[in-house]
Design a protein around this ligand. Sequence first.
Ligand SMILES: [Zn+2]
Length: 90
Amino acid sequence: MKVLGSIKTIDEVGRVVIPKELRLKAGLVARTDVEVYAEKDRIILRRYRPGCAFCGSPENLVQWRDNYICRSCVEELKSENPGTPAQSVD
Ligand SMILES: [Zn+2]
């Protein structure tokens, strides 16, 4: 089997040390939030960047309670809900 990187051992509580050169290349300094997820037979780890709760865009975000929403979706929501109670659709 061809080895593409260094071999690391996961400890008893699931931790593994990411080689410094890989951390630096990815901009992962101490206390950086990371997102971890599975994709087929791989575990993906990447720097966490908040995205719009509706479309996922990382651009032009505004925070609303515990979520981020992009200005485009905010405008779309405003146009669909112009500040009046919901109207029934007959
Ligand atoms: Zn959006």
